[in-house]
Design a protein around this ligand. Structure first.
Ligand code: NDP
Ligand code: 8X3
Length: 259
């Protein structure tokens, strides 16, 4: 069966790795033309070539740091003048930096998280949403986190950034009532990606321990959910989805096989 989103144009931020890469692969396989953004251009170029070869869709890339408002606006204007208004925006770029308590944390880590996860998501949204509203159709999927619902020790500022994503998702949906534009939040629990490696600044042992003794979600699992959200007919908005690995019940309840 042809996917509803076949032939549409989707922009995915943070597509050079993990969940964003998996979403790009999934949407490409459903016949969606793609624009992939991240800072690591070489990775994007390889992925774009692979998806275009496998799926025959068009794949454009942009080396964009979502924290840089001018770069976001410039690149968005370029691509809309060349490719038109995207049908789909997946706001996925994000990170956690460190796990120190508030009284001991590196304030630069806070800037990275808030500037990327909150302000970056807002910059990208603001760059594309007016054209979607003007056209009266479009879908935005914001990748939040279970940490936008429940805080655990060491996650305070990361969680704050994801609580903000939750508020932005809900509020933007309210702003868009009466238009044809839908906004959805997808909130995963533990997903094995480069997330923990980035969080622990390359410490592979610490990163590996996060997923030890459980079968975590994969990026492809989250991409399945995003595909479901995007393929819902225009009269439906899947507003909010939490997705866990079976072994996870909350941020505080993770059943690990200690064997
Ligand atoms: P990865 O580290 O594997 O991927 C993060 C992606 O974000 C990369 O493509 C990275 O690209 C991009 N990115 C980071 N900073 C910027 C920036 N300033 N500008 C542009 N792109 C940026 O982690 P995940 O795939 O796990 O993370 C994706 C999203 O999912 C994040 O928002 C994260 O918070 C969320 N999430 C992750 C969970 C998990 O357990 N893994 C659970 C719940 C939510 P590059 O470095 O090339 O710029
Ligand atoms: C990432 C999920 O639990 O590793 O948003 O913080 S967790």
């Amino acid at each position: 069966m042809t996917a509803r989103i076949a032939g549409q144009l989707a922009i995915v931020t943070g597509a050079s790795s993990g969940i964003g890469e998996a979403i790009a692969r999934r949407l490409g396989s459903e016949g969606t033309n793609l624009v992939l953004w991240a800072r690591r251009g070489e990775r994007l170029a390889c992925l774009a070539e692979e998806i275009a070869d496998q799926s025959g869709v068009s794949v454009d890339t942009g080396v964009v740091d979502v924290r840089d408002r001018e770069a976001v606006q410039g690149e968005a204007a370029r691509l809309m003048s060349e490719l038109g208004t995207p049908d789909i925006l997946v706001n996925n770029a994000g990170l956690a930096a460190g796990m120190a308590p508030v009284h001991d944390a590196d304030v630069d880590d806070w800037d990275r998280m808030i500037d990327t996860n909150v302000k970056g998501l807002l910059h990208v949204t603001r760059a594309f949403l007016p054209a979607m509203v003007e056209r009266d159709s479009g879908q935005v999927v914001n990748i939040g986190s279970i940490t936008g619902r429940q805080v655990y020790p060491g996650s305070t500022v990361y969680a704050a950034s994801k609580y903000a994503v939750q508020a932005i998702t809900e509020g933007t949906n309210l702003d868009l009532l009466g238009t044809g534009v839908r906004v959805s939040g997808v909130h995963p629990g533990l997903v094995e990606t480069e997330f923990s490696l980035v969080r622990f600044k390359g410490d592979e042992d610490r990163a590996g321990a996060v997923y030890k003794g459980i079968e975590p979600l994969t990026g492809a699992d989250v991409a399945d959910v995003v595909s479901y959200v995007l393929n819902a007919p225009p009269r439906i908005n899947v507003a909010d989805v939490v997705v866990f690995a079976k072994a996870q019940g909350s941020v505080h309840h993770i059943l690990r096989d200690e064997g």
